[in-house]
Design a protein around this ligand. Structure first.
Ligand code: AMP
Length: 232
């Protein structure tokens, strides 16, 4: 079995964590968890926890650490069986960072901070639309669909996520500044921390992250993250 790494993608909402996670998973065959995606699923359930999650998310607040811990523990049970496990959107505050240390144990945690200007985030999130059928994400500010409000791929309706509404985006950014951004200090002091300029285009950001990962691995004489390697 190859040695495992936990890769944390930090960054403001709209920094491109989800997009980069998808590309990293394809290239390095790592497992991943997006807490935002997992919590949106929970929020769709008519249970006490589901309703609490939905209310927090619709206000742009963080969901309770208890529910997040449950989701993360459930998804990370076998993370050591893989070459790497990417976390998109977790941790988001100090207490979650401590939980991650506990779950990781001896497994190294590598942090990539995707730094992005707030104006860029606002333009990205205000234009983001999701297809209700196939889930494809379109940005009406950068690549508008051929027909307004209609998915180019499957022809279903495009909708805006409630937490991408402008007032909620402002609150999400405030929560990010207050609770998540301080984690950049926490991790930069620990080493294994890399910053990338998320204002650049998706491909450039991806190339920089990939080069960092492969470069660091070979420096360590440990080529487990070489492209195309399959996870266990
Ligand atoms: P995201 O898709 O990562 O932008 O997350 C969407 C929303 O899910 C956030 O605004 C939070 O309400 C919630 N969320 C995602 N990850 C976490 C987390 N680690 N802790 C608390 N809430 C979270």
């Amino acid at each position: 079995m190859t040695e495992c790494r936990i890769l944390v993608l930090l960054g403001a909402p709209g920094a491109g964590k989800g997009t980069q996670t998808t590309k990293l998973v394809q290239k390095f065959r790592m497992k991943y968890l997006s807490t935002g995606e997992a919590l949106r699923q929970k929020a769709g359930e008519d249970t006490l926890l589901g309703n609490q999650a939905r209310e927090s998310m619709e206000r742009g607040e963080l969901v309770s650490n208890e529910l997040v811990a449950q989701v993360v523990r459930d998804c990370m049970t076998d993370f050591r069986d893989s070459t790497g496990f990417i976390l998109d959107g977790f941790p988001r505050n100090r207490s979650q960072a401590e939980l991650l240390e506990e779950i990781a144990g001896e497994t190294p945690i590598w942090v990539i901070n995707i730094r992005v200007d707030e104006e860029v985030v606002i333009t990205r999130l205000s234009g983001r639309r999701h297809c209700v059928e196939c889930g494809k994400i379109t940005n009406v500010n950068f690549s508008p669909p051929r027909q307004e409000g209609v998915c180019d791929t499957c022809g279903a309706k495009l909708v805006q996520r409630p937490d991408d509404f402008p007032n909620v985006v402002q609150r999400r950014l405030q929560v990010y500044r207050e609770q998540t951004k301080p984690l950049t200090d926490f991790y930069s002091k620990k080493g294994c921390y890399f910053e990338v300029d998320g204002n650049l285009d998706t491909e450039t950001v991806f190339e920089r992250i990939s080069a960092h990962l492969t470069g660091e691995e070979s420096l360590a004489g440990n080529p487990h993250l070489s492209a195309g390697q399959s996870s266990a």
